[in-house]
Design a protein. Sequence first.
Lengths: 347, 823
Amino acid sequence: MQDQLAALLAKASAELPALATRPEFEAAKARYVGPNGELTALMKQMGSVPKEQKPAVGKLINETKTALQAQLDAALSRIESAELAARLGPAVDPTLPSPDRGLGTLHPLTLVREEMTRILRKVGFSVVEGPEVETEYYCFDALNTPSDHPARDAQDTFYLPESARFGNVSKKSPHEKYLLRTHTSSVQIRTMLKGQPPIRIVSPGRVYRRDTTDATHSANFHQLECLYVDKNVTVRDLKALLDYIFASLLGKDTKTRFRPHYFGYTEPSFEVDLSASHLPKVNKPWIEIGGCGMVDPVVFKDVGYDPEVWSGYAFGMGLERLAMLLYGIDDIRYFYQNDVRFLKQFA
Amino acid sequence: MKLSRSWLQDYVDLAGVSDDDISRAITFLGFEVEALIRTGAPKLENVVVGQILTRDKHPNADKLSVCTVDVGPAHGGVRTIVCGAPNCDAGRRVPVALPGAVLPGNFVIKESKVRGQLSAGMMCSAKELTIAEDAQGLLLLSGEPALGAPINDVLPAGDTVFDIEITPNRPDALSHLGVARELAAWFKKELRYPDVSFTPAKIAAQPRPDLLKGVRVTAEKDCPLYTATVVTGVKVGPSPEWIQRRLAAVGLRPINNIVDIGNYVMLEYGQPVHAFDAKKLAGAEIVVRHAADGEKILTLDGKGRALDHHMLVIADAQKPVVIAGIMGGENSGVSADTTDLVLEVAYFKRQSVRSTSKRLGLASDSSYRYERGVDVHSLEEAAHRFIDLILAHAGGAVAGPIHAVGTLPPWEREITVTPAYINEKLGFNVPADEMRAALERLELVVTREDPTENRGPAWTFSIPSWRDDLERPIDLVEEVVRLHGTEKIPSSVVTAPGLVGNDDAIVLFNRAVASALVGAGFHECVNYTLRSAKEVAAWATPAQTAALALANPFVEDQSHLRSTLVGGLLESLALNQSRGVAASRLFETGRVFLERKGQLSECVAVAFVIAEETGERSWRAREAADFYTAKRHTGTVSALADIELDRQPTALIAEGSDAARAWQAGHAATAGNIEHGWTASFGLVSLAHLKALGITGKVYAGFFAIVSEKVSAETERRGYKPFSLQPAALRDLALVVPAATSAIDVQKTIAKHARAAAGNAFALEGVEVFDVYTGKGVPEGQKSLAFALTFRAADRTLTDDEVNAAFNKVQADLAAAGYQIRK
């Protein structure tokens, strides 16, 4: 008996470490400790062991059983590890790029627009939208642009045929022609007609000019325009807004200056220049960036605001021009070609 | 407009003011300086006249000479100068830059050794003095100028030309006098008007009815005042050098004294004038009338012009001789043998000149000024100045009184303003006396001054006739801030309210869409709104394409409004492919124009494209996009407009339908209907269309549009629905249905029956498609759709029996409804 147990253990230690798969293991396990296993068979012989030897043999069987179980556990653990390793496969190469798609990117015009509206939101301006197809009233008449003004020429402005009908662009009078808005200032009029002061809005959007496309001109481009209407709004307030916008955008050392100018819908009117130390591809001390002025009383009268009570300012600028300045882009057409090498640069 | 500094100085003293300071003044007066051009010699210190006394070859250099030069006793007499110019011959007088002189380009002259020879100065070429491009040798001075004389005394004075932009509200500044008035106000100098000596009282010669019987105006509305003066015995020749020089400086070619003087007066006063050869006026009369339809004239630019009855002309007894205010005709122009003139100075209405100029596509310096507005109250003065200069420089005499027909509109305008008002508008303080002085320098005259309680004096200013743009007190605010200096507007802090309104719903929608699509790997594009007819026709019906056409497109490939954003994105894909740039996923947000209720509607739209062929290679392949990828992203976009795409009726785009021109029939679908507010299309772009665009590989796309006013920012806050913590019971069910049956419809039907079968005892939690099968076991033209049904009770574990009972009932009900259940 003693010898048989020792032989069994020796056989197991030789066989078990060589097992490679789980079925082999299960078979081996059955052979040793299963109901018909060898150890089980030996244990069944216990009855025939003389009484005085029983404690010693019993102890020996238990020891053998424990040792065998340890060997089985070791074999199982080894097989499980091997199985896990097979499931994992070889180690990854951490230096390879992920083949999964990365994030997309926002267009630089969107980035600039969003940055501007964020800056303006901090000082109370909320974003409004207006139609790109406009009527003569909203684009010109209400903005004090007389009917014989050159800007209204079919040479400079895109018109739709007289037969055109738009379901969701309201006309002031039935004889007006539809056109593609030449500036976002038309949104000022729609906003003022819809509500009452105080008004603090920014209207970014697409505008159209009948212009030759070249490095600095495009048949459509984008503007951003601010309008503030309240009591006692002054030229000084307007200057403060421009100083704030460009200091926020380009740093505290940025300066702005006004030059007198003429726009039909503001009086007085100014062009705005800015001076900043770290704009790429700029070698002039002052760069023209937009136009502004105090809302002309005529405009207020037209929308039914009493110019004796209300005053306000408006400021407008081109977004492409701003983006070109900020990023150092030298051709406006790049914004509309959507070369992915261009699009990926700004996110 | 170009302005000569020397000309401006006739009217305002600018001595000691640098060109840059003038340029700055013009800029801050509100006229942009587009260019500053210097002509002639600049101011040069220590450059004097010298005479070469001797010339010897330089001992150490072949091409150099050693000269002795006499620069006059005041500069130390004779000195030695080494010179490289070939023409430094003895006896010649030349400009000599003495040590200490600074030539243009910051070139400092010093006494130095040149190849071992001392040289005490430099003899100069015209190029070195920047008065000519030519560098061929020294500038030789003719006329024996005094030795030692400063070179600026000898050379013709240089000039500076300012090319400035005049805003449309300031036609008064389209003249030297007008800009001089502004500069005088800025620099606080006096404005000197030209000395006009002609008066009608001085006319000595008798009238010459043989040259001009009279003037008739039949179009008083377009020509309120016409004056004509006969001058006889003139001699046509070159105009004086100073007139030629000034005209040339501002870009006008000198022609002859008569034409040049006309131009000179126009550029001086801003009043266009015209001279006829009197002998060429048939019938010796002038008729100001509208042209007859079909009348023709050969204008001075050598082109024939057909006229019509809208156009105002100056005619003689037979024919038009001038297109009024725009351009003269060849038939009446001044030529070398002209001796008698008719001088025209007239007031033509701006609308008339403008419309004629537009109709003819013909503009001139004259029409430009009439269109913007000429100060008619300076007309008489300009006419007299014209006569003065003709008599002075072409001789002759005025024959008989000036023919004048019509009257000037009266001019009287006053504006009352207080300093308090101006300061309130400015938001900072300009002293009252500074305001008043500034306005007075612009020739606004205080006609009354009334005290007010606390707003300072109420000034009533009379407005000069050339400042038609000043109408209201606010206009004077601008004048004050202009002359105060817009650079001096003080800075301050923005005052902002505590509450900010919401951004527009469209903005919020676009932001959310952009963020979602960027997250899914799409690059944002921006394409032109205006597309070619060909592209639009691929996406819209012929009638819709016609409705999208502009009245006046500028270029052929940008003639129509867009009805989709996909067209632009495909163009972007094609561009990237052609450049060999990998582009797989692109999107755009923007406005499109769709037919709705028989009209166009401006819609907010989103589109994306997914290209199969990107040229990009990866070391490990990923699953390719398909129809359902496009459907997923379209659904993501529509969900941001509160539309759950998976629950919407969706139709396959069928062969031969309108949509199948751009979308691949059988592989693309539409949902929604713009008539009800929104529409979506998604799937595979037509392979034929892609081929036509030169795009390789398949492209999946999605497009979503919603009428702009239907984009809503108000999303309702949803209520909480309790959910069960009990285990679920699952049952699978497959139905065999005709292949064209909508999966959504089947799903809805199953859900309806399952809900009914569960009753109040427990709940149907979901019905999801998990398999679609055609092939063996399913008849031709049919498909098997397999659904997973999930049941759950709120309060207990469901028993098999109750779930089976319900499930059997569902199957029985479906069978009763005509569905074939696949076992």
